[in-house]
Design a protein around this ligand. Structure first.
Ligand SMILES: [Fe+2]
Ligand SMILES: [Fe+2]
Length: 283
């Protein structure tokens, strides 16, 4: 793993002890060395995650814009610094995923066409939805990514399942998602977002996130010259069930009226990721 800290770090007293938002640039050691099926050598699992990776750059630009739409309502230094660090982290995530996605073209799959489709979905969301719902989609998406991040950082078995370069890439993204998981949520409340709007945004997110995720996954599997087998599908289902069982209680916490992202305390696993990063740099 190669990460370089960049400017615009930020911290709030509402974060757990020892946690700060630190934007970092991610560099792949060798994109060409990443195997085609980098998750358990399974096309279904890999293309599902590839679809997520394709959704990330336009999705995160949408998240940034939904937050930027309300930044003039935040006038204190800490609040503004948190927004700037959020924008910087999400921007860097999108750039790194763009590099990975483009590299996948070498496998003969038209990634650019799927990227264009994902960008169109978010253009429509911008055009059709009110600003508060757009911010609500960001808040819910941040919850989903935080839940995914929590289970990825807390799953030692994935070290035998995921290609090491891809694992360090996803873990870098996961760690920064945990660092900034409360920023959009706190902004949403600050600008008057209530429970009903938060729930309505879940429905909007289902339409604008879940539907394209399924469509892109299917397209990748269809276009792949090597077709997935029934055994691949069975294995993918078993892995997704295993993850789903762990994620369900975390996911459901969002539907409590008094929910706040830091009620799920992932600071221990985040500190462990910091520790491993500093060990890697020292060695
Ligand atoms: Fe991100
Ligand atoms: Fe995020």
């Amino acid at each position: 793993m190669s990460v370089t800290e960049v400017d615009q770090s930020a911290r709030s007293d509402s974060f757990p002890e020892g946690i700060a938002m630190q934007p970092r640039e991610y560099s792949f050691e060798d994109l060409d060395a990443i195997p085609k099926y980098w998750n358990l050598d399974n096309p279904v699992l890999t293309h599902f995650e590839n679809a997520f990776s394709i959704m990330i750059p336009p999705g995160e630009r949408f998240f940034i814009d939904s937050v930027r739409a309300y930044e003039d309502r935040v006038t204190d230094d800490e609040g503004r610094a948190l927004i700037e660090a959020f924008v910087r982290q999400e921007g860097l995530h999108g750039e790194a995923h763009d590099r990975f996605n483009a590299s996948y073209e070498r496998y003969g799959i038209d990634i650019a066409r799927q990227e264009a489709y994902a960008a169109k979905v978010f253009r429509r969301a911008r055009r059709w939805l009110p600003a508060k719902i757009q911010l609500g989609i960001t808040v819910f998406s941040e919850h989903l990514t935080a839940v995914g991040a929590h289970t990825l950082l807390d799953a030692p078995e994935v070290e035998d399942e995921i290609d090491p370069q891809m694992l360090s890439f996803w873990r870098w993204h996961a760690a920064e998602e945990l660092e900034h998981k409360s920023v959009a949520f706190d902004l949403f409340h600050r600008v008057g977002g209530g429970y009903a709007t938060r729930m309505l945004s879940v429905l909007a997110a289902a339409l604008f996130l879940a539907v394209p995720m399924v469509r892109i996954t299917r397209a990748l599997l269809r276009e792949d010259p090597h077709q997935a087998t029934a055994a691949d599908r069975k294995q993918a289902l078993a892995v997704q069930r295993r993850m789903g069982r762990r994620q369900l209680p975390l996911f459901l916490a969002y539907f409590k009226p008094g929910f706040h992202p830091w009620q799920i305390d992932d600071s221990g696993m985040l500190r462990e990721w910091y520790r491993q990063g500093s060990l890697a740099q020292a060695s």
